[in-house]
Design a protein around this ligand. Structure first.
Ligand code: 13P
Ligand code: SF4
Length: 309
């Protein structure tokens, strides 16, 4: 059944001259039909250079929006427009404009997990892969607004020692679910394991990490490390990719506050299915549309980021 659906998608991709970009947090069977699989930074860069008339973005809404900002002449499809992101939704563009007005001499650095409206108010975007380089590219005496993730912002503030950084008070509802006590107990039970953590997690959880980085950074670290066991403190979708690349290693998902809730899964990323990919390719809709003025303003902030990488 899954194979039939995947074969139909392969056929539609040829017929419609489409490519599929997918984030590591989507379901494994969706990851398997992707032409490009990556973290937020890799997917933004890929979207810009993709050679196809149609891009189907298997991910949440802001990711497809980012692809459209970078590829205005391409048709960018989103199989599930309701797939939002708690972090992007924690920063409303109108409220952010009012916040920004309080700090007129600050440069705005925004995590790519934002709506196009917030990106249009941003000087330079970043992802969890390059947030440190982006902030370090700004002169030390230049004050910064960092939005929307208070955890990533706090982590970068600590790393750079910059006191002139104000943070928007947003967060990812998934990455904030990891339990410090649960993690410490797991570490005690697996003393040889390396702890790999995404910087969207709470500060005290991040402090437990042997490695802190983006989804792609975590994957690379697990490949390079001599360790045989890893405790993975990020969204569980990445486990499929880890097990595929490093079958000889053991990956243990970190516990969340409520062990029964599967809160280490981004429910929005899982809304992308083989079925909704098929219907989207068949009908070439839903499509991302946006007004050109906002798109252009947002594009500048993303291109400023890509130039730094
Ligand atoms: P990265 O893809 O930068 O690791 O970000 C994780 C995330 O939460 C994506 O929404
Ligand atoms: Fe947004 Fe968090 Fe899901 Fe990433 S894991 S898409 S930040 S809600």
């Amino acid at each position: 059944m899954v194979e039939n659906l995947q074969a139909r998608i392969a056929e539609l991709k040829r017929e419609k001259h489409a490519v599929i970009l997918a984030h590591y947090y989507t379901n494994p069977e969706v990851q398997a039909v992707a032409d490009f699989l990556g973290d937020s930074l890799a997917l933004s860069v890929q979207a810009k250079s993709v050679d196809a008339e149609v891009i189907l973005f298997a991910g949440v809404h802001f990711m497809a929006e980012t692809a459209k900002v970078l590829c205005p002449d391409k048709k960018v499809l989103i199989p599930c427009p309701e797939a939002g992101c708690s972090l992007a939704e924690s920063c409303d563009a109108k409220a952010f404009a009012a916040f920004k007005a309080q700090y007129p001499d600050h440069k705005v650095v925004s995590y790519v997990n934002t709506t196009v409206g917030v990106k249009a108010l941003t000087d330079i975007c970043c992802t969890s892969s390059n947030a440190l380089q982006v902030v370090e590219s700004i002169p030390a005496d230049q004050p910064i607004i960092f939005a929307p993730d208070r955890n990533l912002g706090g982590y970068i503030k600590g790393k750079t020692g910059r006191t002139n950084m104000v943070l928007w008070d947003g967060a990812c509802a998934v990455h904030e679910q990891f339990s410090l006590e649960g993690l410490q107990a797991l570490k005690a039970a697996h003393p040889q394991a390396k702890v790999v953590v995404h910087p969207e997690c709470k500060r005290e959880v991040v402090a437990e990490g042997d490695y802190v980085g983006s989804t792609a950074g975590i994957l690379a670290y697990c490949g390079q490390s001599d360790a045989e066991e890893f405790i993975v403190v990020t969204e569980a979708g990445i486990l499929a990719e880890m097990e595929k690349h490093f079958p000889e290693k053991k990956f243990i998902p970190a516990p969340t506050f409520d062990a029964a809730c599967r809160c280490n899964e981004c429910k929005d990323m899982k809304k992308v299915t083989l079925e909704n990919i098929i219907s989207t390719l068949e009908t070439l809709s839903p499509e991302i549309v946006m007004d050109e003025e906002t798109r252009k303003a947002a594009e500048r902030s993303i291109l400023n980021m890509i130039a730094i990488k």
